[in-house]
Design a binder for this molecule. Structure first.
Ligand code: PLP
Length: 424
């Protein structure tokens, strides 16, 4: 980790050219890498030596961008994935096997909910979903003998529940398992979950990190703080010989790099959800301005939330940075400089009025996206979360009338003017 401040890390971390080399991170648009000795190539395959040999496992462009994200989060190792979904899938699959169990805060992104509630279940891994506001006792009660991880989102998409990171971290550690946090909405500009006890952080880099809605991507960062060896019997994949690599033991051979090395050497090798170097290049350009964009998104979001709150046709508004919000105190504790640019609201006219208002917006577009430079809206009950029944919707913190408004970084007066004419 460098000693630079966040703003400097956004620009400088991850890539340092040598004399006469490209100043800007190059795109290594190559599937393969050349070696002059067959024996050396053999050592790479055995993980005896580090080096690039095939982009499905590692690529220099991707590694530089992963190193920047790692530095921003304050971790020890990181990897890019093809999407946020792949990041959350790998983060869990790297430490569970059929017959295992995980504990999740129930307010989750719809795709992550489907992944953990349904898809990994077919692979023999069960999830228990707990109310993010549960008591310590209720949280403890969700753990089983076979629990291997705790998962939650810093700020849930789209419920905007601010997770009590310390409460979940303490419970995870009391049960000898890591706490994995999806930090997509807060970004390391507003919150670094490792400082609050998280062990592993995931991202959909598709959102603020890219910031321009140009490429789908994900990342996993390891703090290096979870001691897999202390809980050896729970994590045989990391602490016992891997026969597919001539019996190496990841924790013995790679120490704090064990978790990311295993996810790269095993999961990427076998499942192959790599980020393309082209996308990593674009992501890196996005990261260079993350520290400028995120505060403006937050500032604009609070202004739109204040405007909506005072509007006669608006029934309710949620913005964790707005005084009076249910999660204001937790937001002040974990993200005093701002939460995110996403707010939610409902109209007095309910679900039908929501759909009509959205159709009347001119600049603010209806798109299946959040957290890019352009303001946009979405109606989760009829779009991203339409697979869920009403009970599941409520558990995920999504009311049927909820409009998700991702406030962009256009001029605030233009954003509010568009909302105003649509409401009128
Ligand atoms: C979008 C999102 C994901 C999924 O990311 P993709 O890049 O779309 O696969 C996961 N978690 C959160 C919080 C998200 O907002």
């Amino acid at each position: 980790m460098s000693n630079y401040k966040t703003e400097t890390k956004c620009i400088q971390s991850g890539y340092e050219p040598g004399n006469g080399e490209a100043r800007v991170l190059p795109i290594y648009q190559s599937t393969t890498f050349r070696y002059t000795s067959s024996e050396q190539m053999g050592r790479l395959f055995d993980l005896e030596e580090s080096g690039y040999f095939y982009t499905r496992l590692q690529n220099p462009t991707n590694d530089a961008v992963a190193a920047k994200i790692c530095d921003l989060e304050g971790g020890v190792a990181a990897m890019l994935t093809s999407s946020g979904q792949a990041a959350n899938f790998y983060a869990i699959m790297n430490i569970v096997e059929a017959g295992d169990h995980i504990v999740c805060a129930s307010a989750l992104y719809g795709g992550t909910y489907n992944l953990y509630a349904h898809t990994i279940k077919k692979m023999g891994v069960e999830a228990t979903f707990v109310d993010p506001e549960c008591t310590q006792e209720e949280l403890d009660a969700a753990f089983q003998e076979n629990t291997k991880a705790v998962f939650g989102e810093t700020i849930a998409n789209p419920a905007l529940v601010v997770l009590d990171l310390e409460k979940f971290a303490n419970a995870a550690h009391a049960h000898g398992v890591p706490f994995i946090v999806d930090n997509t909405f807060a970004t390391p500009i507003n919150c670094r979950p490792f400082e609050w006890g998280a062990d592993i952080v995931t991202h959909s880099t598709t959102k603020y990190m890219d910031g321009h809605a140009a490429c789908v991507g994900g990342a996993i960062v390891d703090s290096g703080n979870f001691d897999w060896e202390t809980h050896k019997e729970k994590f045989p994949g990391l602490t016992t010989p891997d026969e597919t690599y001539h019996g190496i033991v990841y924790t013995e051979k790679f120490g704090k790099g064990a978790y990311i090395t295993k996810a790269t050497a095993q999961l990427m090798r076998d499942l192959g959800s790599i980020q393309s170097p082209q996308n990593a290049f674009l992501l890196n350009i996005g990261l260079e301005t993350l520290h400028l964009r995120v505060p403006r998104h937050c500032e604009n979001a609070v202004k739109v939330a204040e405007y909506l709150k005072n509007h006669e046709k608006v029934a309710w508004v949620r913005c964790p940075s707005l005084p009076g919000d249910k999660y204001y105190d937790l937001a002040q504790k974990y993200m005093p400089n701002g939460t995110c640019g996403v707010i939610t609201f409902g109209l007095k006219g309910g679900r039908d009025a929501a759909v009509e208002m959205m159709d009347r917006l001119k600049m603010v577009a209806i798109v299946t996206h959040v957290a890019d430079a352009r303001s946009c809206v979405l109606h989760p009950a009829s779009h991203t979360h339409r697979q869920m029944n009403d009970k599941e919707l409520v558990e995920a913190g999504v009311q049927p009338d909820l409009i998700r408004f991702s406030v962009g970084i256009e001029n605030i007066e233009d954003i509010i003017a568009d909302v105003e004419q649509a409401l009128r």
